[in-house]
Design a protein around this ligand. Structure first.
Ligand SMILES: Cc1cc2nc3c(=O)[nH]c(=O)nc-3n(C[C@H](O)[C@H](O)[C@H](O)COP(=O)(O)O)c2cc1C
Length: 171
C-alpha cells in the first residue's frame, strides 16, 4: 500500500499524456506512482491513493473510466482519490469553457459516495489527423477549436498539491 495509482481513459492519447505528467510530478516528489490505462487495473490493494482521469466525449467519460469508478467504488471510498476530466479546447478557464461542468451527471452519485479530494477539469487537445470523419464532422458542428490547449503548468501544479497531501517532499 505504498504506491499511488494514476489511472486514465484516453482515446487519442492526450489524456494519457496528462496522466504521465501527473505520474512524473508525483515521482519527483518522492512518491512511487504507476500510470496505467483504467482498463488494465483490477486490484487497488497495492495503492494508497488513486488519481483517475478521463477524456470527455459528448459530455461523457470514456467507458473504461466510468467502469473503473463503478467496479472499484468501495476501494476508492476507503482511499484518498482525485478525479480529473480532460476535454475543452480554446483559451480561458477550462471549467468556464464547459459551463461549470466537472463530471458527467450519471457519475455524480458515485463521486458523492467516494468523496474525492478534488475534481479538476483540464484543457484537451484536438488533432484533426487523429480524428475519424464522424469525429471531424461532430467537432465542426460544435465549433470546438482544433489544437493542443493542454496547460502543463496547471497539470503539474495540481499534481504537486496531490503530492503534498500524500506526504511527498514538494515538486
Ligand atoms: C467526437 C468528439 C467529441 C468530444 N466531446 C467533448 C465534450 O463533450 N466535452 C469536452 O469538453 N470535450 C469534448 N471533446 C474533446 C476531447 O475531450 C479532447 O479532444 C480530449 O483531449 C481527447 O482526449 P484523448 O486524446 O485522451 O482521447 C470531444 C472530442 C471529440 C473528437
Amino acid at each position: 500500500m505504498d504506491k499511488v495509482l494514476v489511472a486514465y481513459a484516453s482515446k487519442h492519447g492526450a489524456t494519457a499524456e496528462i496522466a504521465e505528467r501527473i505520474g512524473e510530478a508525483l515521482r519527483q516528489a518522492g512518491l512511487a506512482a504507476d500510470v496505467l490505462p483504467a482498463s488494465r487495473v483490477s486490484d487497488l490493494t497495492p495503492y494508497k491513493a488513486v488519481v483517475l482521469g478521463s477524456a470527455v466525449y459528448i459530455g461523457q467519460w470514456r467507458r473504461e473510466a466510468a467502469r473503473f469508478l463503478k467496479a472499484n467504488e468501495q476501494a476508492l471510498a476507503g482511499r484518498p482519490v482525485w478525479l480529473f476530466s480532460s476535454g475543452p479546447t480554446g483559451e480561458g478557464d477550462p471549467v468556464a469553457l464547459v459551463q461549470g461542468w466537472r463530471l458527467p451527471k450519471g457519475l455524480q452519485p458515485i463521486a458523492d459516495r467516494i468523496r474525492p479530494r478534488d475534481i479538476a477539469v483540464f484543457h484537451g487537445a484536438l488533432d484533426a489527423q487523429k480524428m475519424g470523419p464522424i469525429e471531424k464532422w461532430m467537432i465542426k458542428n460544435v465549433k470546438a477549436p482544433l489544437g493542443d490547449f493542454r496547460k502543463w503548468e496547471a497539470i503539474t501544479a495540481w499534481a504537486a498539491g496531490i503530492a503534498a497531501a500524500l506526504g511527498g517532499h514538494g515538486a
